[in-house]
Design a protein around this ligand. Structure first.
Ligand code: CTP
Length: 397
């Protein structure tokens, strides 16, 4: 599966650097062309000779010392099919999350559009430090594949989470990333976040949607090979390879969705669209001295119902249903009324699910099919369950 694939293997300065030798061998055995890059820290744990002897090319260590390639990072980054960092220290994870280019490997990471697989290895205290946790979450949100470390014996005799994943797991992760995705060649449009409807020049009528589920859906679709456009009201890191269309109001979201949906294979309306908006927003700021304003509301357009009515043949149209009561019955009604192929219902009043949480629990309904329940899981797992069902429908299931 890896035959002919050009993999930049980044090795950073941790005890687990010695395991990169075995990893390199396995990648070569699987047919990959491995280009090793070692950081200065890695050189304290591993000589360059070993990796140079095993890999397809000699180890590179510096930005500046190659007379034939004055800018090696762009060449390495552009030509790679995949960049793998194993082991990845807290330093490289932090530098990559912050966009810092301080050495050859960090430059390669910023100069590549290829998928990146990062395999952290460090002591448990470091792995669980809030800064590292945040940096890893940032990388994941950008579409970087993180192979979690295992629990076990660490350097110095300590035991805990932080041991580099096994070479088999890392090679399997690389193979999974390079395997053609089940949405390859398909155009997917996802909406995310809550709309904001102006009351006056400074105030808006908003809702509690964080947009996290929509971003997880966009990242998942991109990881499966789709060309993804994300129509969003929120300011979260855009997942790698996803095109962002920023909007604010229901009207702006409707224009974007109406423009993008006709050529899409899959449309997912994960956004929480305001059902009502101020009928007569003030251009200036409403002043306190003028007394408590009476704000009359008017309905917004139902974007999803419009997309359902104009749905091209073969397109899979997915809606969300945010419910507090009678989840399945209300969702089934929306599925039918808006002419959807799938509806993802969540109870926004339950603990740990729905708005602003990192986790969700949903019931997925399709016409004439039994409901499928996905128990509490992170939003990316929920996204994967939604696209599993989408792929099934597109292949006639
Ligand atoms: N939706 C939409 N346009 C609206 C309102 C909702 O496109 N003006 C979409 C949402 O993005 C979601 C689905 O319709 O995919 C259901 O939204 P939800 O708020 O659960 O239901 P509503 O149709 O608004 O009905 P209600 O608020 O009465 O539950």
């Amino acid at each position: 599966m890896l035959a002919g694939k050009r993999i930049v293997l980044g090795v950073t300065g941790g005890i687990a650097a010695y395991k990169s030798v075995e990893l390199c061998r396995r990648l070569i055995d699987a047919g990959a062309h491995v280009v090793p890059v070692m950081t200065a820290g890695a050189e304290r744990f591993l000589g360059t000779t070993t990796l140079s002897a095993l890999a397809s090319e000699p180890v590179r260590t510096r930005l500046w010392d190659d007379p034939e390639t004055p800018i090696p990072h762009t060449k390495l980054g552009q030509n790679a099919d995949l960049v793998l960092v194993a082991p990845a220290t807290a330093r490289i994870i932090g530098a990559y999350a912050a966009g810092l280019s301080t050495d050859l490997l960090t430059n390669v990471l910023l100069a590549t559009r290829a998928p990146v697989v990062v395999c952290p290895a460090m002591h448990t205290e470091m792995w669980e430090h809030p800064a590292v946790v945040d940096n890893v979450a940032t990388l994941r949100a950008r579409g970087v594949h993180v192979v979690d470390p295992e629990s076990g014996r660490l350097a110095g005799g300590d035991v805990g989470a932080g041991r580099l994943a096994s070479p088999e797991s890392i090679v399997a992760a690389v193979e999974a990333v390079l395997a053609p995705g089940d949405l390859t060649g398909q155009r997917v449009v996802v909406s995310a976040g809550g709309t904001r409807e102006p009351i006056d020049a400074v105030r808006v009528l908003a809702n509690r949607s964080s947009g996290k589920q929509g971003y997880a859906l966009a990242a998942e679709a991109a990881a499966r090979g789709a060309a993804v456009t994300l129509v969003s009201t929120v300011d979260l890191p855009t997942p790698g390879g996803v095109e962002l269309v920023p909007v604010e109001t229901a009207d702006e979201m409707k224009s974007a969705m109406d423009r993008l949906a006709p050529t899409a294979d899959v449309v997912v309306m994960a956004a929480a669209v305001a059902d009502f908006r101020p009928a007569d927003p003030s251009d200036g700021k409403l002043k306190k001295r003028d007394g408590v304003p009476v704000i009359s509301l008017e309905p917004t357009p139902d974007i999803l119902a419009g997309l359902g009515a104009a749905k091209p043949d073969g397109q899979v149209l997915v809606g969300f249903a945010a419910e507090t009561d009678d989840l399945a019955a209300n969702a089934a009604e929306k599925l039918d009324a808006k002419r959807l192929d799938l509806i993802v219902a969540n109870d926004v009043s339950a603990p740990e699910t729905g708005f602003a949480h990192d986790t969700n629990a949903v019931t997925i309904l399709a016409p004439d099919s039994p409901a499928c329940t996905v128990p509490l899981a992170d939003k990316r797992t929920i996204a994967a369950a939604v696209f599993d069902r989408v792929v099934q429908i597109r292949s006639g299931g």
